[in-house]
Write a protein that binds this ligand. Structure first.
Ligand code: T1G
Length: 694
């Protein structure tokens, strides 16, 4: 029998020489994640450097789109393969030759920790450096929480580890995180820098630096001040506090002890549900971009010019997404006054962004210069994509699509921003249903990241691929939804609203229902949300026709925050207080309907509003209205602020367990009456003890 010869496994790490500089190159697409083979290769390279007197310095660099973008997240939860990253970075730092990290793309997480353990860092101007572990429910677990404050200072370190937001090379250079910004050929400059430093400076091991800790040592209040300033943002999350504690340890203890605290805090987070939820969500968000039944090589249509019909809040917000991405927009309205108002709001929004320093005045002008307002419907004819954003009335939409069918060039994509109407019915008003798709933006459209791409029965594959690609270009997270009332998000919102309103009649108060949701982790509860969005949305406008609590509120001008009163009363700073008027309206309604009010516990509110959402999500899955359970979670995290540390409704359902959810719903079934019916899929999962999301 022939010997079994191990296939030579090519390491993603290779070394080469440039004079007496050892160049260590990682080639591990797509993002040079620090998987086991990369870690092993880095250790071997440092050993090579240490073991060869002819080598005077080392450069660590990466091929492809980016410097190391962190640990390999797909390894999490699997058996550990040595060497672990903390050991690797210590080996780099203890290399007897100076090590220069050559940074391009995004040096993130473990990638930045490799750079921090290197003695010097050079970067190209558009490089970004960050520690996004907190977004995965973690903290930098390879010395990052101990080295970063020593190199960049405590305040900057706190901001970076708790936000997870990368900083640019210039900002990094300003705080000492990057030693030199180099234009042009990065490797050449990095080698030149290695030549410069090898003899002139002692090796500044970042783990031994203390100069930037002094201020925090003198003012330990910096940590509690930071906690206070960010309390709201971190509410419910475990990882930000653990990150702060790790940086506190860096200030209070020697490196060798602080790094043990870091390890313990890291392991504590890694074993928790929040980290699992947030790591699940990292992949869920990326999976949503894939359409399972469309070949990967389907070519998108070219979209060089977008037309928007309607310059209202939605039309304006939608237009801004494309203008900000450098795509010209022609915006159509029925009259000059509406057109001027709409474009004025867009300019105001841009100027507000510029005032916050997130845009320059020049960028505002550039964006607005690509906007062509028009009253001439035919001016839309040469657009590659049209997005209709007029009010939610089917006959109005059908009329517009019939007109578009006559005017638009062949191959143009015709989209509706409808939030729940039937796309197939709209498509049937044209001779080109294959070109019709739903693009459901969430308000405010220029801010909210979620985009539901509603797939009609006849929507062509390349239209869908174009929509998904455009979404990425305008920085949206797109999820494909089927044609049903409310698609994915709003469809799950309905049972929540129905039960929440019934709970008011039966004895709960708006503030109790909202509190349960806010304590759960939602940014606001159903009634706070109604007051923010407008209680009058969908109201029939007849103050004499009062059939439910909302009608009663609208009839007396309680349309929500915009009127200073809705389910709550609001002061001039829009701070809410419970309203006796509303309470009386609720009690009158209950009396009229013969409902006996009773004490309602928080558990019932969870079961009747959150469990029913899971039930609806399960129906969406069994009807094929969403490709996968994780897509539903992406919709709810990005569209409604579901706490990402709970993964999303379906991931959360798995942590609760389908059986427990079915049990809770059975307890409430009677009270919910005909408004409720069980999802067969949910019952099935409960019976078999199966999960939705993994
Ligand atoms: N591990 C594994 N796979 C990753 C990955 C990672 N770190 N980052 C990206 N991918 C995959 C991703 O799933 C996708 O796969 C493909 O690469 C392209 O990603 C010890 C513990 C780098 C800014 O959190 O932020 O270090 O879908 O679509 O838009 O302290 O990816 O093609 O199959 O996002 O150009 C910390 C996460 C890890 C960075 C590029 N690092 N990645 O964005 O591409 S924890 C992160 C990103 C850690 C240490 C700790 C982005 C990107 P597929 P993509 P992109």
């Amino acid at each position: 029998m022939t010997d079994v010869i191990d296939k030579p496994t090519t390491s993603p790490i290779s070394t080469s020489r440039h004079g007496d500089v050892l160049i260590v190159t990682s080639n591990n697409p797509p993002v040079n994640a620090l998987g086991a083979a990369v870690r092993q290769g880095l250790v071997a390279a440092i050993e090579e450097a240490d073991g060869d007197d002819a080598i005077k310095a080392v450069v660590i660099r990466c091929e492809g789109q980016t410097f190391f973008a962190g640990a390999d997240i797909s390894e999490f939860g699997k058996p550990m393969v040595m060497p672990m990253l903390p050991q690797v970075v210590d080996i780099i730092e203890n290399c007897t030759k100076p090590v220069v990290a050559a940074i391009h793309g995004t040096a993130l997480g473990g990638g930045l920790e490799v750079a921090l353990a290197s003695h010097y860092r050079v970067a190209v101007p558009d490089a970004k450096l960050g520690v996004p572990e907190v977004k995965l429910g973690l903290l930098p677990g390879a010395g990052g929480t101990q080295r970063l404050p020593r190199v960049a200072g405590v305040q900057k370190a706190l901001e970076m580890v708790t936000s997870g937001t990368p900083i640019g090379a210039k900002d990094a250079y300003a705080v000492g995180l990057v030693d030199r910004i180099v234009e042009g050929e990065l490797l050449q400059h990095a080698v030149a820098y290695a030549d410069e430093v090898r003899d002139i400076r002692p090796l500044p091991k970042s783990s031994e630096r203390d100069d930037k800790l002094a201020e925090a040592r003198a003012n330990p209040a910096i940590f509690d001040e930071f906690r206070k300033a960010n309390g709201r943002k971190f509410r419910g999350f475990e990882a930000p506090e653990a990150n702060i504690k790790a940086v506190e340890a860096a200030v209070a203890k020697p490196y060798a002890e602080g790094v043990i605290d870091e390890r313990n805090l890291f392991m504590g987070l890694m074993s928790g549900t929040q980290a699992r939820a947030q790591q699940y969500f990292f992949f869920a968000e990326r999976k949503a971009a894939k359409i399972d039944d469309i070949p990967e090589d389907t070519q998108p249509r070219s979209v060089k010019k977008v037309g928007v019909i309607g310059a209202g809040t939605m039309g304006g917000g939608i237009s801004m997404n494309f203008l900000s991405a450098g795509i010209p927009v022609t915006i159509f309205e029925m009259n000059q006054e509406a057109l001027d108002r709409g474009t004025g709001v867009m300019r105001k929004n841009y100027e507000a962004t510029a005032a916050k320093g997130r845009m320059t005045g020049e960028q505002v002008e550039k964006a607005m210069a690509q906007l062509t307002p028009t009253l001439d419907f035919d001016a839309l004819a040469d657009c590659d994509l049209i997005i209709e954003a007029v009010f939610e009335q089917m006959d109005v939409k059908k009329d517009i699509f019939t007109r578009l069918d006559k005017v638009m060039k062949q191959g143009a994509i015709l989209a509706s921003n409808t939030s729940y109407l039937n796309i197939d019915e709209i498509a049937a008003a044209t001779s080109r249903p294959q070109d019709v798709v739903g693009l459901h933006f969430f308000s405010p459209a220029n801010v909210m990241k979620l985009l539901e791409v509603v797939r009609g029965a006849k929507t062509a594959p390349d239209v869908l691929v174009t929509a998904m690609q455009l979404a990425k270009k305008i920085k949206k997270v797109a999820v494909v939804a089927g044609v049903c009332h409310g698609f994915i998000g709003n469809r799950m919102l309905m049972p929540r609203q129905v039960e929440a309103t019934k709970l008011l009649l039966e004895g709960a108060t708006p503030e109790q229902v909202d509190r349960v949701h806010v304590e759960f982790g939602m940014p606001m509860g159903p009634f706070q949300m109604a007051d923010l969005a407008g209680v009058d949305i969908g109201w029939h406008r007849d103050p004499n026709r009062i059939e439910n609590i909302r009608d009663a509120l609208c009839a007396i001008d309680r349309w929500g925050q915009k009127k200073g009163a809705g389910f709550y009363d609001y002061d001039e700073k829009r701070r809410p207080t419970p309203s006796p008027v509303v309470q009386q309206i609720i009690e009158d309604f209950a009396a009229k309907q013969g409902v006996t009010r009773r004490q309602i516990d928080d558990e019932e509110i969870v079961e009747r509003t959150l469990y029913t959402m899971v039930n609806e999500g399960s129906k969406i899955l069994e009807e094929g209205m969403a490709q996968r359970a994780s897509d539903i979670d992406v919709v709810w995290v990005y569209g409604y602020g579901w706490p990402v540390y709970r993964g999303g409704p379906m991931f959360w359902a798995d942590t609760e367990g389908a059986a427990k959810i079915v049990e809770g719903l059975k307890r409430q079934e009677q009270r919910m009456g005909s408004d409720f019916s069980f999802s067969r899929l949910l019952l099935d999962k409960a019976e078999k003890g199966e999960k939705f999301t993994r």
